[in-house]
Design a protein around this ligand. Structure first.
Ligand code: SF4
Ligand code: SF4
Length: 161
């Protein structure tokens, strides 16, 4: 079985958020839940000539590597919409070779937690501008991971509900 992942050249990530927004739209994830989140560190000075300032787009446990799309031969929606064109999807073995080409890249194999992260939204007026949402997350009991198999067959596995 071939393991697939995402390679992200974070040196050129602009923190545009397009990966996160497109992922949420594609999977209909609710407020506060996403398949990928962009984290930031810096800017802070290393020495007179150098600064640390990085953005790291990190898949969450809701990332299924866009199994529905990749099973049809399409690239993940985040890769498709990355405005800086710094995201790559493919077999880990191939991505690892690309990883050797330059620093400031990361190779990620997400752990897909098959959950229905949809559900009821109850907006709560807290008396100020903040709005809270009640979100119920349920285990589906089953998940497809056909896009991850080298032979193209669709497999299922059981999870706790
Ligand atoms: S591969 Fe798909 S599920 Fe994973 S972060 Fe990208 S858009 Fe979201
Ligand atoms: S879409 Fe690309 S450039 Fe924009 S935040 Fe995501 S990884 Fe960075």
């Amino acid at each position: 079985m071939t393991t697939y992942g995402l390679l992200i050249d974070y040196e050129y990530c602009t923190n545009c958020g397009s990966c996160q927004v497109s992922c949420k739209e594609e999977h209909n994830y609710p407020v506060g839940k996403t398949g990928i989140a962009v984290h930031a560190d810096g800017p802070w000075k290393i020495d007179d000539d150098n600064w640390n300032f990085n953005y790291w787009p990190l898949p969450t446990d809701l990332c299924d590597l866009c199994a529905d799309r990749t099973a049809k031969g399409r690239e993940p929606i985040c890769v498709h919409h990355c405005l800086a064109n710094v995201m790559y999807y493919g077999p880990v073995e191939e991505l690892a070779k690309k990883l050797e080409e330059k620093p400031k890249q990361m190779l990620v194999v997400p752990q897909y937690m098959p959950k229905v992260a949809k559900g009821e939204f109850v907006h709560v007026d807290k008396g100020n501008a903040h709005v809270a949402a009640k979100i119920e997350v349920e285990g589906t009991g089953q998940a497809s991971f056909g896009a991850h198999r080298h032979d193209g067959k669709v497999g299922t596995f059981e999870t706790e509900a």
